[in-house]
Write a protein that binds this ligand. Sequence first.
Ligand code: PHE
Length: 349
Amino acid sequence: MTLVDDLKALRQQAQEHIEDRNADLEQLRIEYLGRKGQLTKLLKGMKDVPAADRKTVGQVGNEVREFIANTLAERQKQKAAAELDRQLAAETIDVTLPGSSPIQGQTHVLQQIMDEIESHFLGMGFQVIDDPVDSPEVETDEYNFERENLPKDHPARDMQDTFYVTPEILLRTQTSPVQSRVLEKHDFSKGPLKMIAPGKVYRRDTDDATHSHQFHQVEGLVVGENVTMADLKGTLLSIMQELFGEKHQIRLRPSYFPFTEPSVEVDVSWDEVTPDTKPEDIRWIEVLGAGMTHPNVLKMDGVDPEKYSAFAFGLGPDRFAMLKYGVEDIRQFYLNDVRFLSQFNRKGN
Ligand code: PHE
């Protein structure tokens, strides 16, 4: 065997090794081309080659080196490409799979009801008072009670158990004080006053299925010349029909509030009422108090009761929501359990 044969055999062997799919290419490079590798070993035999043949043999040696180096490089490239293909295949994203959409927030169900009430009254030409100056939640005893015809020793104060901050400052028990705050500033030369005041109120009640120490009211007040009980009835009927439709019945009961005379309470049937429903089977739930504003209240707000008359009402959005959605426990509205709240997803939210 000549050195040339040995070189060709080495080239053949190297090619087979490199093409083996499990080949460790770096290892092979060292083994064949390294300083102590097989090619170097063979070329050490050059000294025994006759001088005349050395050039040719040297060329073969160079070709073999080049061949092995190229084959290694080529194989290296193939392996990298194959690895990339494998990775791409493994990490393919199926864009046709349904995505997981993030949970989207929504308006609280009570706010939804209040928005509905607001837009109804806005359509009837009422103004909405909900800024902290005219509708503060921390109120004075004067506006919450005295201006509402409830002097300090009035027994009807017991109807509304109160959180006092100081003897003169309290958490408002009703939205009625907003009536006085707005009425005392009203300029009648610009027309009658028609307002609603939605907001939070507070009472020292023990929480149960129908009571919460904090709940909502929407106050209403209309003051003008010749405002009558018929106007009050018409107004209440229209908002009830808006919110409940024809299927729930409404009942007016004479009632008592110190700031209205006469006073009524309005109940709505808990269930839908059909012609077959026996009157004694109807369950009623009180949703609002209302009445013709007491002359004392008008006087305290600087309005002449001889010239002007007024009606007022206080709606309970929490109770409306209970009725509308068949919720039997008011506390559900205040637990902020997303599973409960997400049921009331108003269209467009
Ligand atoms: N403020 C009364 C309450 O909280 C409701 C009401 C408002 C009644 C206006 C009559 C007129 O019970």
